[in-house]
Design a protein around this ligand. Structure first.
Ligand code: 5RP
Length: 233
C-alpha cells in the first residue's frame, strides 16, 4: 500500500465513528481532506450530520460537498473530530500544524468529546521532533519568541508563503515558526515552556487530546489507543 492509499484507508476507517445527528469536527491536511470527501459522499446519500471546520480550506470543501457547516454559537460541543497528524508518539502525543492550521485544529480538538487521528504509518515515531514543531506567533513578537525558542534548543524558521514571497499567514493573521530540534524528549515540559512565551498564540504539540489513532500501512489499518501506545517509562 503506498502512502496515498494508506491515507485513504485510514480516512475510510474513521467513517465508522460517525452516527446520524452528530456534530463532526473536520480536520485539515491531505488525510483529513480524504475523510471530508468520504463524509460528503455519505451526506449526499442522506447522512444527517453537521460539520465544524478547523480551517477555511476544510470549511470551503465541506460546503462544496454539501456538508452543513455550523459553529460553536449553535453547537458548543463536537461529538467527534477526525484530523491528521505530522507525528504520533508514545502517549498518543502528536505534532500537528504541518498544514498551517494548528490553532483552529486545537480549538476543534479541545471542544470534541472524541478526537480521532487518521494517518499513514510513516507518522508513527518513538520520539517527537524529527518533524519541525510549528509555533503560531503574533507578528510583532516573532523576534522575541524566536530568541526564546533558540534558548530552548530549537532552530526556528519563519514558514514562507506557499506561493509568492513573504511569510505564510495563518487563518488568524499570525506567523508560523517551524522549530527544528534534536528531538523533544519531554513534550509536556516543552509545551509548558512554549506556552509561557508572551506572543505565542499556540503550538503544534497536541498532548492528552487524541483518544485513538487509525494508522494505515502494509498490514492494513490499526487502531491504537493509549493501551497500545503508552507513555515511555
Ligand atoms: C494541518 C495538520 C495536518 O493534519 C497534518 O499536517 C497532517 O497532514 P497530512 O494528512 O497532509 O499528512 O496538522 O495543520
Amino acid at each position: 500500500m503506498d502512502q496515498q492509499a494508506a491515507k485513504l484507508a485510514a480516512a475510510q476507517a474513521a467513517l465508522r465513528f460517525i452516527q446520524p445527528g452528530m456534530v463532526v469536527g473536520l480536520g485539515s491536511g491531505s488525510t483529513a481532506t480524504l475523510f471530508i470527501q468520504l463524509l460528503g459522499e455519505q451526506v449526499k446519500q442522506g447522512l444527517d450530520i453537521k460539520g465544524i471546520a478547523s480551517s477555511e480550506d476544510s470549511e470551503n470543501l465541506g460546503r462544496q460537498l454539501g456538508i452543513p457547516i455550523t459553529d460553536f454559537d449553535h453547537h458548543p460541543s463536537i461529538d467527534v473530530a477526525i484530523d491528521g497528524a505530522d507525528e504520533v508518539a508514545p502517549g498518543l502525543a502528536l505534532i500537528k500544524g504541518g498544514g498551517g492550521k494548528l490553532l483552529r485544529e486545537k480549538i476543534v480538538a479541545s471542544a470534541s468529546k472524541r478526537f480521532i487521528i487518521v494517518a499513514d504509518d510513516t507518522k508513527l515515531v518513538t520520539e517527537l521532533g524529527a518533524f519541525p514543531l510549528p509555533v503560531e506567533v503574533i507578528p510583532m513578537a516573532v523576534p522575541l519568541v524566536a530568541a526564546q525558542l533558540r534558548e530552548l534548543g530549537f532552530t526556528p524558521k519563519i514558514r514562507p508563503a506557499k506561493t509568492g514571497s513573504g511569510p505564510y499567514i495563518t487563518d488568524e493573521g499570525n506567523i508560523l515558526l517551524d522549530c527544528s530540534s534534536a528531538g523533544i524528549a519531554d513534550p509536556e515540559e516543552t509545551a509548558a515552556e512554549i506556552r509561557s512565551m508572551v506572543g505565542v498564540v499556540e503550538h503544534g504539540l497536541f498532548l492528552g487530546m487524541a483518544e485513538r489513532v487509525l494508522i494505515a500501512g502494509a498490514d492494513g489499518v490499526r487502531e491504537l489507543t493509549l493501551a497500545d501506545l503508552p507513555f515511555k517509562q
